[in-house]
Ligand binder design. Structure first.
Ligand code: PEP
Length: 250
């Protein structure tokens, strides 16, 4: 059975006290949730304080990014050692906002994914086509290329610890969700692409999340799809009740 995960990407939202409150609510409301693993990825400044709140709970902690160097003179960057020291279990990598606004490339992502995996932190590796690519009918080609460029550089042992998130860029924060069918066909394509390199057995074990305007009203239909193992949630993760309701959609 693949692990089901609902992870909240808080992006650049909440102050530290607000984030601590939100984490407390997620822990309290999510206490009885058995159907999936919950995780939250607050901004870097919040990680230590949120880690304290999550201690002893089943909610995992994630970072939204990490540096592509181990340590040293890289002003403003956060290393994987630092993430490990606050007990991060996950690290989101290659989010479309990082690719689009901060020039994150496949090459940088290859470095980052290796650094994260070396520390035993699970990458949540994001892929997804933009609107222009979807309208040109290039969505399968784009996600396959993104998958191959980074994940094909890993060993099978490393690959087992990767979580993939399919996030069509046109659906992120827009209120437009991919239909369950659109999401399922891409998830199946990504799993087949993983199987081509690593074998069907390993591909069957990989958790592939959907992200893009996922909310309590549409999560059930999306999560019912065969190859969809949960969600990476942006906007709706900022309200604990909505986030937990999404987790309850399995
Ligand atoms: C995201 O950015 O990872 C995301 C899925 O955002 P939203 O849920 O707000 O579309």
């Amino acid at each position: 059975m693949r692990q089901k995960i609902v992870a909240g990407n808080w992006k650049m939202n909440t102050t530290v006290p607000q984030g601590v409150e939100l984490a407390k609510e997620v822990v309290a409301l999510g206490e009885k949730l058995e159907a999936c693993k919950l995780a939250v990825a607050p901004p870097f400044t919040h990680l230590y304080a949120v880690a304290e709140v999550l201690k002893g709970s089943k909610v995992g902690l994630g970072a939204q990014n990490c540096a592509d160097h181990k340590s040293g003179a890289y002003t403003g960057e956060i290393s994987v050692d630092m993430l490990e020291s606050v007990a991060c279990e996950y690290c989101i990598l290659g989010h479309s906002e990082r690719r689009q606004y901060y020039g994150e490339t496949d090459e940088t992502l290859c470095t980052k994914i290796n650094l994260v995996l070396e520390k035993g932190i699970k990458p949540i590796f994001c892929i997804g086509e933009n609107l222009e690519e979807r309208e040109a009918g290039r969505h399968f080609e784009v996600v396959e290329a993104q998958t191959k460029a980074v994940l094909y550089t890993l060993t099978p042992e490393q690959m087992k610890n990767v979580v993939v998130a399919y996030e069509p860029v046109w659906a992120i924060g827009t209120g437009k969700t991919a239909t369950a069918e659109q999401a399922q066909e891409i998830h199946a394509c990504v799993r087949a692409c993983i199987a081509e390199k690593f074998g069907a057995e390993l591909a069957e074990e990989i958790t592939i999340l959907y992200g893009g305007s996922c909310k309590p009203s549409n999560a059930k239909e999306i999560f019912a799809q065969k190859d969809i193992d949960g969600g990476l949630i942006g906007g709706a993760a900022l309200k604990a009740a909505d986030f937990i309701a999404i987790g309850e959609s399995f």
